[in-house]
Write a protein that binds this ligand. Sequence first.
Ligand code: NAD
Ligand code: TYD
Length: 344
Amino acid sequence: MKILVTGGAGFIGSNFIRHVLAERKDYELINYDKLTYAGNLANLAEVAEDPNYTFIRGDICDAATVEAAMRGCDAVIHFAAESHVDRSIYEPAPVIDTNIKGTFTLLEVARALRVERFLHISTDEVYGDLTPGDFADESSPLQPSSPYSASKAGADLLVLSYVRTYALPAVITRSSNNYGPYQFPEKFLPLMITNALEHKPLPIYGDGKQQRDWLHVEDNCRGILRVLEKGRAGEVYNIGGLDIEENLTIARRLLNLMNRPESLLSYVKDRPGHDRRYALRCEKMRVELSWKPMILLENGLRQTIEWYANHTAWLADVRGGEYRSYYAKYYENRDSSLRDVVPS
Ligand code: NAD
Ligand code: TYD
């Protein structure tokens, strides 16, 4: 099978490419990536010479280069996105371009070339803010809250419209919050880990009682491969870690594992429109595709801490230019303006 992977230089995409090259010796992967601030070919250094792997630099909004890359492929796995909620709040335009227009461009080319499989990677955030104790299954309503989650929900609906209208054999996965090696340190877990490694404060938004379902990226990659190979066209599959925790609990657990004091917790101004709870029901993956998460959060956190501690050169590299100015603009401000919410 020849697969076009979009966004393969990012966090989940690069983990997926390494996973598939190790697990499927007869698959050929083409990584199509624009290399935005979040895309990093160093994530794929160990497979760069693999004969089953090729890299093409390109934007998913550019139909001509997408078509040249997709021609001859049996399947498309679409990871490419502007993936950070905070950035989508500060600057929504690139999020709408890539996540909606980019997905539309891919769908149009896939339709014209009659690709046999189109796997769209989406998120639990499309279900929006759940009430305490509630879980979302694949038929729950889409009620996104941020420009990021709205753009992902819009893309999901476009994909489903291509299934219905043009019989495009597409399928969607909606996963919960991923964590693990190679995650860009703007997201919660790698930010907390890397700050704690350097004895810097851990910025906790609001009261820190927001709940997320944590999924190790390797469990997600196994699930995505299962859906690619066995999922039914036109269907949506939730992929969750089934471990739902408050942010504050996770931050405290990290500090404990890293032998750092709780005084590093720093309560900062909340994110506008911040969803309190995400939680997935994943019966469909379990019953239909015999998938379940294998990595316990405690073990995954230990492994991830160790990975960041051992990859200081990678970290210094991704924290160069663009990250530095983003962090200074949005985070240093928050740190100093705070302590306006204190948990009970
Ligand atoms: P990421 O930000 O680490 O990587 C995104 C990749 O897409 C980067 O390599 C970037 O260069 C590339 N890209 C961005 N715009 C592009 C464009 N216009 N053309 C081509 N390439 C472009 O993201 P991630 O965390 O790996 O997420 C991958 C996918 O999974 C996204 O679709 C995201 O919405 C979804 N998702 C992520 C999570 C999570 O916890 N990280 C959870 C659920 C779903
Ligand atoms: P994030 O990693 O941005 O993922 P998402 O918003 O897509 O779930 O954030 C995870 C949770 O952590 C979310 O509730 C926001 C919170 N958070 C903080 O408390 N501090 C931070 O510095 C960041 C980046 C996130």
